[in-house]
Design a binder for this molecule. Structure first.
Ligand code: MCA
Ligand code: AMP
Length: 503
């Protein structure tokens, strides 16, 4: 049997290949026949360049149907997909490319010059472009490639993708994701969320992270059904498209922004059978406000890049606000105390996960694998939670130092390392503070070095903007004379959060 995830998708394609798979916000429709041909062309072209199954293909491209087809073409050819957020700057990208050693890189025309320099330094043989309209050298050169392709044989444990996640040490790790991981999770979600013929998914998430790429697209592909594909989330455009959709997925900020528009009401959502939220905590007040305004109960689920989706509130039965529901079928979740034993329901502990959805490990980081898994193969999520008496999980905190802003993860250490190198900065602490739109906002507190050049907020922000993806840049920088510490000398970030939480 071929365990290539693409073979599973193909088995679910509708018999009538003229069925529409995707329509864009510009009204372009793509049928399953066109999808099949586009992915075959990419697979033929890339294998024609000499790329072999297991080789990595990195892509830092804006969302477009072609970007999705490129991902699927890579799957089809057995290549390993390495998606990169378009907000990443050159230093961040150089680290990822140096670590993953892709054989081909696809970038945006506007990033070509600096990406070319990186590829030359790292001796990466193939560099192509793809812009937000689905144009570029990739399209030009692959246009003549064969539009048929025999999907490459893959074992279940072969790699399908590598996704970089930042770490608490400030160093990013490549999460290795296998065909088994993706297939098991996609099948569990498709079933749990009751995808059915005729469903239309309104897709507004970015394509370079798990939520938009795996959770959303895989459900639509398994359903052999239609997606309305918006290049980005924009509340007014979503409100216009909702009446033609049946399912919508988003991060909590999307729901906050929809509610912020007074015109958003029951008429917009009448056709929607399921609103799903994840990637960050959905505030109970947002959950309640959405129910009140629309009559619809958002289904919240919980997942991670390393594990795919872990739990989900039910389709049928009660969806409890403030919880992320019970474990998905095939996923085992433990909440453990400090002694390593599971705690009773109602008690708080560390969340551990095991199942076919869980990554086999980090790319070329065996030491991380030893740290992040227990002896019996459970992955340590770094999230802290509790089960209620009905088996619903609530996330009550994180043992990892992480800020989630608008659904994007920011590891404070990465920013603190850069701040500490600045002239005039003695030390720093980066925290998340409540933010009405992004849930949490990144905030920096820096200690002025005595007698050194004064630290100026706007200059700190400008420096960070030149080095980091924009969503990681602190919205505020507070300059202080010292940081609060506990008896062990550890910075008390909880005290800082209280102090600067209202900024
Ligand atoms: C943009 N900005 C942000 C964020 N996004 N600041 C903080 N947090 C953010 N998330 C800033 C930019 O730096 C810029 O600031 C200004 O906002 C405008 O940028 P723009 O790109 O125009 O913003 P936007 O289009 O309004 O984007 C906001 C957004 C977007 C729509 C909420 O961030 C988004 O789509 N987030 C979804 C993230 C996602 O897909 N997460 C899933 C990860 P300046 O002008 O100063 O530069 S997967 C995952 O977490 C797991 C597996 C799971 O469970 O799903
Ligand atoms: P990522 O590294 O982008 O995969 O983000 C994974 C992290 O997002 C998890 O470890 C959680 O901390 C957080 N997360 C995802 N979904 C939820 C949710 N529904 N509620 C709270 N936190 C969530």
């Amino acid at each position: 049997m071929n365990h290539n995830l693409h073979a599973l998708f193909e088995s679910r394609f509708p018999l009538d290949r003229d069925t529409v798979f995707l329509e864009t916000d510009h009204g372009v429709a793509v049928t399953f026949r066109e999808l099949d041909q586009a992915t075959a062309r990419f697979a033929s072209y890339l294998t024609g360049l000499g790329l072999k199954p297991g080789d990595r293909v990195a892509a830092q491209v804006e969302k477009s149907p072609q970007a999705l087809f490129l991902y699927l073409g890579c799957l089809r050819a057995g290549l390993v997909w390495l998606p990169l957020n378009t907000a990443y700057q050159s230093a961040e990208v150089e680290y990822f490319l140096g670590n993953a050693e892709p054989r081909a890189v696809i970038t945006q025309p506007k990033s070509l010059a600096w990406t070319d320099e990186i590829c030359t330094r790292l001796v990466i043989p193939h560099l192509l472009t793809l812009d937000e309209h689905g144009q570029g050298t990739l399209m030009e050169r692959s246009a003549a490639a064969t539009a048929t392709f025999d999907t490459a044989m893959r074992a279940a444990d072969d790699l399908a993708a590598i996704l970089y996640t930042s770490g608490t040490t400030g160093r990013s790790k490549g999460a290795m994701i296998t065909h088994r991981n993706l297939a098991s999770n996609a099948l569990a979600l498709h079933k749990t969320w009751g995808f059915r013929p005729g469903d239309v998914l309104l897709h507004t998430l970015p394509l370079f992270h798990v939520h938009g790429l795996f959770v959303a697209c895989h459900c639509a592909l398994l359903n052999g059904g239609r997606m309305i594909f918006h290049s980005r989330f924009e509340a007014a455009a979503v409100m216009r498209a909702l009446p033609r959709a049946t399912v919508f997925m988003g991060v909590p900020t999307y729901y906050v922004r929809l509610l912020a528009d007074e015109k958003f009401d029951r008429a917009h959502v009448a056709n929607i059978r399921l609103f799903i939220s994840g990637s960050a905590p959905l505030l109970t007040e947002t959950f309640e406000a959405f129910r009140e305004r629309t009559g619809k109960v958002i289904l919240e689920r919980y997942g991670m890049t390393e594990t795919g989706m872990i739990t989900s509130n039910p389709l049928e039965g009660e969806r409890k606000g403030g919880t992320v529901g019970p474990p998905l079928p095939g996923v085992s979740v433990l909440v453990e105390g400090a002694d390593g034993a599971p705690v009773k329901s109602g008690e708080i502990g560390d969340i551990l996960v095991k199942g076919d959805n869980v990554l086999p490990g980090y790319w070329r980081m065996p030491e991380k694998n030893a740290e992040e898994f227990t002896a019996d193969g459970y992955f340590k999520t770094g999230d802290v939670g509790r089960f209620d008496e009905d088996g619903y999980l609530s996330i009550v905190g994180r043992s990892k130092d992480l800020v989630i802003t608008g659904g994007y993860n920011v590891y404070p250490k990465e920013i603190e390392l850069l701040l500490d190198e600045m002239p005039g900065v003695a030390e720093s602490a980066v925290i998340g503070v409540p933010h009405p739109d992004f849930g949490e906002a990144v905030t920096a507190v820096v200690v002025q070095k005595a007698g050194a050049t004064p630290v100026v907020e706007s200059e700190v922000i400008a420096m960070l903007k030149s080095k980091l993806a924009n969503f990681k840049v602190p919205k505020r920088v507070h300059v202080v004379t010292d940081l609060p510490r506990n008896a062990m000398g550890k910075v008390q970030k909880n005290v800082l959060r209280q102090q600067y939480g209202k900024a």
